[in-house]
Design a protein around this ligand. Structure first.
Ligand code: FES
Length: 225
């Protein structure tokens, strides 16, 4: 027998065992580790947690974004009226020049020109809110033949409300006794100017349209504010 036949197999002759990384991938469908050595079950749980976390973050962010952009994306609820003006549903009717259609017709004013006080309303709109049909001021209205003469009731002296005195046939401010005739002209030296007239038109078979404005007080000039 030769020397080679009696020799015990050397450890170096044994085929090397495969490393863990070479044997873990795809060796068995039931293997619970992935190629990085992490248990596959942990990977699924982490993925599900990340998905739920993203959902929890995205939904409130989307709702907040819609709320923030609402005034920009909201379509106007204006409807064109037959006269070519615009109408806010549930609000006032106002044209492109700023004339507000009053709920009053010229026929409701006394033929003799006696002043009638009227509260003007408008839709108050800011970036986020709309408050329809809110009082924004008041005016004195007089019928002069088929036209309407309108005055702001704010006193041009220091801003009190001017009353009508039927007994005196004038307008009168109780704060500092400014007085005006029925055409708005000063009757004493207290007011710095006449009462502030406003643009008014009669349209639509008698409906009064008014451009409401306010003006700076305590000055001889009629300066819109
Ligand atoms: S505010 Fe009217 S008289 Fe002074």
């Amino acid at each position: 027998m030769s020397e080679n036949q009696n020799a015990t197999p050397d450890a170096d002759d044994t085929p090397p065992a495969e490393s863990a990384s070479e044997t873990c991938c795809g060796t068995s469908p039931s293997d619970e580790s992935d190629c990085s050595g992490k248990p596959r079950r942990n990977f699924v749980v982490e993925f599900a947690a990340a998905a739920v976390g993203a959902l929890v973050g995205i939904v409130p962010a989307a709702i907040g974004g819609l709320f923030f952009l609402d005034p920009l994306v909201r379509k106007g609820d204006k409807q064109a009226d037959p006269a070519g003006n615009s109408e806010d549903t549930g609000g006032v009717v106002k044209d492109a020049q700023g004339f507000i259609r009053l709920t009053l017709g010229i026929d409701a004013l006394p033929e003799d020109g006696t002043p009638v006080r009227y509260t003007v309303r408008d839709d108050i709109v800011n970036v986020w809110n709309k408050f329809p049909n809110q009082p924004i001021g008041s005016v004195w209205l007089r019928k002069i033949q088929d036209q309407v003469l309108a005055f702001n009731t704010v006193c041009p002296h220091l801003g009190c409300a001017v009353d009508h005195r039927p007994s005196e046939g004038d307008f009168y401010c109780p704060c500092h006794t400014s007085a005006f005739d029925l055409d708005g002209k000063p009757l004493n030296v207290i007011p710095p100017r006449a009462m502030d007239t406003l643009e008014a038109e009669v349209r639509d078979g008698g409906r009064i349209w008014l451009k409401y404005q306010e003006f700076r007080g305590a000055t001889s000039e009629k300066v819109p504010v």
